[in-house]
Design a protein around this ligand. Structure first.
Ligand SMILES: [Mn+2]
Length: 366
C-alpha cells in the first residue's frame, strides 16, 4: 500500500480500490525547477489517514495537544498542524505545558492557551499528537474527554489507540514526520510549518542519528529545506546551544569522571553542592551522560546526580549491554541502550551499587 505524491495528485491504493483525490501542490522544487516527488509508504494506516483528512474538511474548531513535559516533537507537531489548519481557515488552539527555552523559536506560539482558560471551551475536534496514553495529556485530558471527535497521531509503540480516530505508526521517526503527511494533503507547506516539523524531526532523531531515521525522514527533511527554513539555526538552537552554567557543570562532571579497570564503563556524579558552586540547576545536567557515552571504547556510561536530599537519579547509556536490566534492579526502567532510575541513598553509595550492576551486564554482553 502506498501514497504516491506525483504532480500534485494523491493516489491511494487500498485493496482493489484505487481512489483519487486532489492534494495541494508543494512549493518544493528540485534544483532544475521540477517538483520534488515523494513516495510515502503508509502500510495499513492509510485508511485512517483518510478519516482524519475528512474530519479536517468537515469541521471548523480544533484543539491540539501533546504530552506533558513537551519535547521538540510534541511542540513541533502541534504547532505545524495548528499553522496548517489556520491557513485552511480553521479555528485552532494548542494546549501544552510550559517548555524549555531552546524550543521558544519554534513557530506557532500564538496558538498556545492554558487548559484553565478554556474550561468552558466548545470544541468539535481534539487532536492528541505524540501522546502515548490519555493520562499523558495532563490537564488537557478534561478537554479531550469533552470533545465531540477525538483523533490521535502518534508513533509510540505502546499507544493502544485511545482516540476515536487513530493514526499510529510505531516505525515513524517522529510524530512530526507523520503530521506532515496529514498536512501536505490539505494545504501547501510554508516556511513556518516546515520549520516546526523540522524541529520535531530533529529532536526525536537526535539530529538524524537514531535508528528510527529512515529514507523517508531524510527525503522529508529535504522537502522542508526547499521552503528556505534556517536549518543551521534550528539545529544549533535545539542540539548545540546551552547555558553558560551548563558548560561549567559539564566541566565539573568530566573533571571527576572515571573508568572501570576494563575501561568499558565511564562514570561520574554531581552533588547539589557542585551545582551550587557553578550556579547550575538540574536542567543544566542534560547531555552529560551522552557526552560520557561518546568515550571511545566505552560500552556503558553512568551518570548519578543528587536531585534532592531524599532522591538520587541514575542515568544510563549503552552501546550494547542491557541498561533496562540495571535500571529495573534499581527500581527504574527504560530501554536497553538508554535507561534510568530514582533511588534513595547517597550519591556515592548509589553510584557504587550502579557500577557493580553495570559491570555484570557488560560481562553478560561480552
Ligand atoms: Mn515523539
Amino acid at each position: 500500500m502506498a501514497f504516491a505524491i506525483v504532480s500534485g495528485s494523491l493516489v491511494v491504493v487500498f485493496g482493489k480500490n484505487t481512489r483519487k483525490q486532489p492534494v495541494a501542490h508543494h512549493n518544493a522544487l528540485n534544483a532544475d525547477g521540477t517538483q520534488i516527488k515523494l513516495i510515502h509508504y503508509m502500510r495499513s494506516e492509510c485508511w485512517k489517514l483518510n478519516d482524519i483528512l475528512q474530519i479536517i474538511r468537515e469541521n471548523n474548531s480544533f484543539v491540539l495537544a501533546g504530552h506533558v513535559g513537551p519535547d521538540g516533537d510534541a511542540i513541533g507537531s502541534c504547532f505545524a498542524l495548528a499553522l496548517a489548519l489556520e491557513k485552511a481557515g480553521k479555528t485552532v488552539r494548542v494546549l501544552l505545558e510550559p517548555y524549555a527555552q531552546k524550543y521558544q523559536n519554534i513557530p506557532g506560539k500564538h496558538f498556545l492557551v492554558s487548559p484553565a482558560e478554556n474550561a468552558g471551551l466548545e470544541i468539535e475536534v481534539f487532536i492528541a499528537i505524540d501522546c502515548a496514553a490519555p493520562e499523558r495529556l495532563g490537564e488537557a485530558l478534561a478537554i479531550f474527554n469533552r470533545a465531540e471527535i477525538t483523533v490521535c497521531i502518534d508513533h509510540h509503540e505502546t499507544n493502544d489507540g485511545f482516540a476515536s480516530f487513530n493514526y499510529i505508526e510505531p516505525a515513524a521517526s517522529s510524530a512530526s514526520e507523520m503530521t506532515l503527511r496529514v498536512i501536505e494533503q490539505f494545504t501547501d507547506l510554508n516556511e513556518d510549518i516546515a520549520a516546526a516539523i523540522y524541529a520535531g524531526m530533529l529532536c526525536d532523531t537526535g539530529g538524524f542519528r537514531y535508528n528510527a531515521t529512515s529514507v523517508s525522514t531524510l527525503k522529508t527533511a529535504a522537502l522542508l529545506m526547499e521552503t528556505g527554513i534556517p536549518f543551521t539555526r534550528i539545529y544549533n538552537e535545539l542540539m548545540h546551544m546551552h547555558r553558560f552554567a551548563a558548560g561549567k557543570i559539564l566541566g565539573v562532571a568530566l573533571e571527576n569522571s572515571k573508568r572501570t579497570r576494563s575501561k568499558k564503563i565511564v562514570y561520574t556524579y554531581i552533588t547539589r553542592e557542585m551545582l551550587k558552586s557553578v550556579k547550575a540547576n538540574l536542567s543544566d545536567l542534560d547531555g552529560i551522560v551522552e557526552y560520557l557515552m561518546g568515550t571511545r571504547n566505552a560500552l556503558a556510561a553512568i551518570f548519578v546526580y543528587e536531585k534532592s536530599a531524599a532522591e538520587v537519579k541514575v542515568s544510563l547509556r549503552s552501546q550494547g549491554p542491557n541498561m533496562a536490566n540495571v535500571a529495573a534492579k534499581l527500581g527504574g526502567g527504560g530501554h536497553a541502550l538508554a535507561a534510568g532510575a530514582s533511588v534513595s541513598g547517597t550519591v556515592i553509595g548509589v553510584m557504587k551499587k550502579t557500577i557493580a550492576l553495570v559491570i555484570k551486564e557488560v560481562a553478560a554482553y561480552e
